[in-house]
Write a protein that binds this ligand. Structure first.
Ligand SMILES: [Fe+2]
Length: 342
């Protein structure tokens, strides 16, 4: 029979054998989320310089010329928030980014330049400023620029989430540009009619079958609703919807656009789940967990989960923010919560 264990000897025994007492780690069960990601802003003045220098410093090889926005709180992890990665990608006239596919889902939001394309599963999708383009999970995609513009967009992917689930798969296509098998912008001509969807198609994918959400349609909707009350926390905030189900565009990433009227100051709220926004137009100030960020066109801002967030328009024109979020995951798993400041 061994001698009776002391507290020290007992802890030594369990630690040596890959065990911990709940009493040792219970502080990790926090009363609310305490993300390691911090609120952070990448100013366009910096991004523009980085984009410009990247054009001569780095070729488009097998990988994209996409600068990944690493959250300073996440110790070098490939993550802008706990679940999302945002990047700024640039394609010069004549360049092609080779076809590949991956299990992380992606969106593109076009920041500058017109006429480059993303080919998704055989459909060439022409991209213009302000457009949202989807490349859902495991869909072949390549990018090309047959225009004369330097084209810059924000990528948004669910890489940190997919990685946490050990669900990353990736495959390079044997061809740089697989053959087009569908009409140019074909999903838009089929599914891009708002409240009317074709009855004869049989596909019911988890992701929206519409790959292109055009800026002109987005602006029409924002303007039509501009004089409504909107949300006291988000202003005239609209969700991009799955063309068949009306749900989020992707199972893991929600996309929104919000208009904050000139002079408008919104109320503070926190939500479970993180987001990243890109300023499409206007100027404003967002206070995130007590830290103020002054923003203008093409700035990108990371908002961690449960961060107290308050937006204000500080300019003389309407401000418009595009954002990605992980809300669909929180909703699907029953984890979504929100709390307004009393
Ligand atoms: Fe990709």
């Amino acid at each position: 029979m061994n001698a009776p264990a002391t507290e020290d000897s007992f802890h030594k025994l369990i630690h040596e054998n890959y065990m911990y007492g709940l009493w040792e780690i219970a502080s990790q069960m926090t009363p609310h989320p305490r993300p390691e990601a911090v609120p952070w802003q990448w100013k366009w003045s910096l991004l523009e310089r980085v984009v410009k220098e990247s054009c001569t410093a780095v070729p488009v090889g097998d990988e994209r010329r996409a600068m990944q926005l690493f959250n300073p709180g996440l110790n070098g992890q490939w993550a802008t928030t706990g679940t999302l990665i945002a990047a700024v990608q640039v394609l010069l006239p004549g360049e092609v980014a080779r076809a590949h596919r991956h299990s992380p889902a992606a969106i593109r939001f076009i920041m500058q330049g017109n006429g480059a394309y993303t080919a998704v599963e055989g459909e060439k999708v022409i991209m213009r400023e302000g457009d949202l383009v989807l490349t859902p999970s495991w869909q072949w995609h390549d990018h090309g620029n047959e225009s004369g513009d330097i084209v810059v967009w924000m990528d948004g992917l669910d890489v940190p989430l997919t990685k946490a689930l050990n669900a990353i798969f990736f495959e390079m296509n044997a061809e740089i540009r697989p053959r087009a098998t569908k009409p140019v912008n074909g999903s838009k001509s089929l599914y891009g009619h708002g409240h009317l969807a074709p009855t004869w198609t049989r596909e019911r994918p988890k992701f929206s079958p519409l790959m292109l959400y055009s800026w002109d349609q987005t602006m029409q909707a924002l303007h039509a609703l501009r004089d409504r009350d909107g949300s006291p926390y988000e202003g005239i905030s609209l969700e991009y919807t799955h063309a068949l189900s009306g749900g989020p565009v992707l199972p893991t990433i929600g996309c929104r656009v919000q208009l904050i009227r000139a002079g408008e100051k919104l109320k503070a709220r926190r939500v479970a789940g993180s987001s990243v926004f890109c300023v499409r137009q206007g100027r404003g100030r967002s206070v995130i967990e007590g830290k103020a960020f002054e923003w203008s066109r093409n700035d990108i801002v990371a908002v961690p989960s449960w961060a107290l967030l308050e937006h204000a328009n500080t300019g003389s024109e309407d401000a418009i923010l595009f954002s990605i979020n992980d809300r669909p995951v929180f909703e699907a798993l029953g984890l979504y919560r929100e709390e307004a400041l009393a």
